[in-house]
Design a protein around this ligand. Structure first.
Ligand SMILES: CC(C)(COP(=O)(O)OP(=O)(O)OC[C@H]1O[C@@H](n2cnc3c(N)ncnc32)[C@H](O)[C@@H]1OP(=O)(O)O)[C@@H](O)C(=O)NCCC(=O)NCCS
Length: 181
């Protein structure tokens, strides 16, 4: 597993991933392209990081992914890297806002969301940022659990913030540096 800055040619896979993770409320391709451009041109303001795994997904329509046995020749060849998650964050003054975080549904609950968050936290520490903020759909209990277990607290609610479907946002934040004690 490795985490690296997103590149412009990650766009098609990022769109696939965001659509799988967010369905009808996924970002448009134009917005994602703008974010990737901003991250390349103004990396001190816009961060876009991707997580890759050594993994080959099963072909659509095949009967499950065949694991590569350790004795097969393919096991000794280098596996292609599969983009399995991303985190997008904007830096605003001394704080940062997580704008989007997603892990390939096939690879959720394997610690990869945590790895992406830890990577961005260490970037925030290096830049001496103070707090991380984010918004999450009120119905997205999985993401709320994820963030609550990682030092975030809910501090507010924004009514009818989301569309497709219309829904309130919960506002969450955490200090960049861990709390003492
Ligand atoms: C939220 C998300 C990024 C978490 O990524 P992940 O790789 O699955 O997270 P990790 O494996 O690092 O952490 C898993 C923890 O998150 C929480 N969690 C994740 N999925 C959950 C679910 N379906 N139900 C309850 N808790 C869940 C739990 O606290 C879980 O810990 P546990 O497995 O010990 O119970 C991922 O679920 C995702 O991409 N969701 C769709 C997109 C999304 O909602 N993004 C956030 C929008 S703000």
């Amino acid at each position: 597993m490795r985490i690296r800055p997103a590149q412009p040619d990650d766009l098609p896979r990022l769109m696939e991933l965001t659509r799988e993770a967010f369905g009808p409320s996924a970002w448009s391709e134009a917005l994602m392209r703008d974010i990737l451009d901003a991250a390349r041109q103004r990396p001190w303001l816009q961060v876009a990081r991707v997580l890759e795994l050594e993994y080959t997904p099963p072909l659509a329509g095949s009967f499950g992914g065949e694991a590569i046995g350790v004795d097969s020749p393919a096991a000794h060849a280098e596996l292609p890297l599969w983009l399995a998650g991303y985190l997008i964050m904007q830096i605003v003054g001394m704080d940062a806002e997580i704008q989007s975080l997603a892990v390939d549904p096939r690879w959720q609950r394997h610690g990869f969301g945590h790895a992406l968050l830890a990577d961005s936290l260490s970037l925030a520490v290096n830049r001496r940022l103070h707090r991380l903020f984010l918004e999450v759909r009120a119905s997205n209990l999985a993401a709320q659990q994820f963030y609550l277990h990682r030092g975030f607290e809910i501090y507010g609610r924004r009514t009818r913030y989301y569309h497709s479907p219309v829904e309130d946002a919960l506002l969450m934040r955490r200090p960049v540096a861990p709390r003492a004690g």
